[in-house]
Design a protein around this ligand. Structure first.
Ligand code: FES
Ligand code: FES
Length: 142
């Protein structure tokens, strides 16, 4: 039987970076969003990043997550990790880094940390104007 680490519970109960980032029309910054999952399916994560266009650094980030304890804690961890990083550095973050930051995640819950990593990738690609290949397009079954 597994248990959550104290860090997971701390971030789950007191997430400080939940929500969206208001676009105040500041010069030199751009806000980009990445989304994975679907509310209908049950798990979804939306990550907003604020990028300094000059330095390519993520100066702020917020998340909106619909999911389990691990998903919420992973989202909070991701935001804490990603702040201050350049986009290239951010793209190197793996879901294992997120799990490590949390002091570990139960094996059954590792997939919850993947959502954060994917949303981050989507947000960076969005910012760069690169279309991200989606898997739901070739899923014709109903
Ligand atoms: Fe659909 Fe987890 S149940 S992504
Ligand atoms: Fe689906 Fe954690 S987000 S089980």
């Amino acid at each position: 039987m597994w248990e959550y680490t104290d860090k997971v519970l701390e971030l789950f109960y007191n997430p400080k970076n939940q929500g969206t980032i208001e676009d105040k029309g500041e010069a030199g910054v751009e806000i980009s969003t990445g989304e994975v999952g679907s509310i209908a399916c049950g798990d979804a994560l939306r990550l907003h990043i604020k990028v300094d266009q000059e330095t390519d650094k993520i100066i702020d980030a917020r998340f909106q997550t619909f999911g389990c304890t691990s998903a919420i804690a992973s989202s909070e961890a991701l935001v804490e990790i990603v702040k201050g990083k350049t986009l290239d550095e951010a793209l190197k973050i793996t879901n294992k880094d997120i799990a490590e930051y949390l002091g570990g995640l139960p094996q059954e819950k590792m997939h919850c940390s993947v959502m954060g990593q994917e949303a981050l990738e989507a947000a960076v690609y969005n910012y760069r104007g690169i279309p991200l290949a989606t898997h739901d397009d070739d899923d014709e079954g109903a």
